[in-house]
Design a protein around this ligand. Structure first.
Ligand code: HEC
Length: 129
């Protein structure tokens, strides 16, 4: 059977609509999944004593516990652009020691869920946008 040209166009448009719909859904879900405000609350609870409340890496523990190297400055756009998300995730989940970095950076992989780590990464990125 020869398919009618109108039907072909209809099928093509239908497929396109589905594709766009799926892409929009995925984008919306990603934006929804990472919540910088929730990340900030987590950071104020778990990270602030070293990373500081403004993300500059100058929390009270840096001087008190002689952290050297000190944590990085999350507001430094250039520095932060060198760190892909997977590096931030690995540092947070596995800690500094596993990453050949300062062992003073604790591992939070057992304390925090992957979604909470997403929120923290969104929060960390919010300083350098
Ligand atoms: C006891 C202090 C301490 C706490 C608490 C801490 N960190 Fe860190 N963190 C460090 C130190 C020190 C480094 C620097 C490691 C290096 O460069 O060798 C670091 C590095 C990092 C890095 C790599 C980029 C950078 O800033 O240098 C990330 C990302 C990070 N920490 C996230 C977190 C998050 C998120 C939390 C809370 C869930 C947290 N840290 C809690 C001490 C701490």
């Amino acid at each position: 059977m020869k398919s009618h040209p109108f039907r072909k166009a209809f099928v093509a448009r239908f497929a396109l609509t589905i594709t766009i719909g799926a892409a929009v859904t995925v984008a919306a879900r990603t934006a929804e999944a990472a919540d910088a405000a929730a990340g900030r609350a987590l950071a104020l609870e778990h990270c602030v004593k070293c990373h500081g409340k403004d993300g500059k890496g100058d929390g009270p523990a840096v001087a008190a516990e002689h952290l050297s190297p000190a944590p990085g400055d999350w507001t430094d756009k250039e520095d932060m652009s060198e760190h892909p998300d997977v590096f931030l995730r690995n540092m947070i989940e596995q800690g500094g020691k596993a990453m050949d970095k300062s062992e003073r950076m604790p591992a939070f992989g057992k304390k925090l869920t992957p979604a909470q780590v997403d929120d923290l990464i969104a929060y960390i990125r919010s300083f350098s946008q």
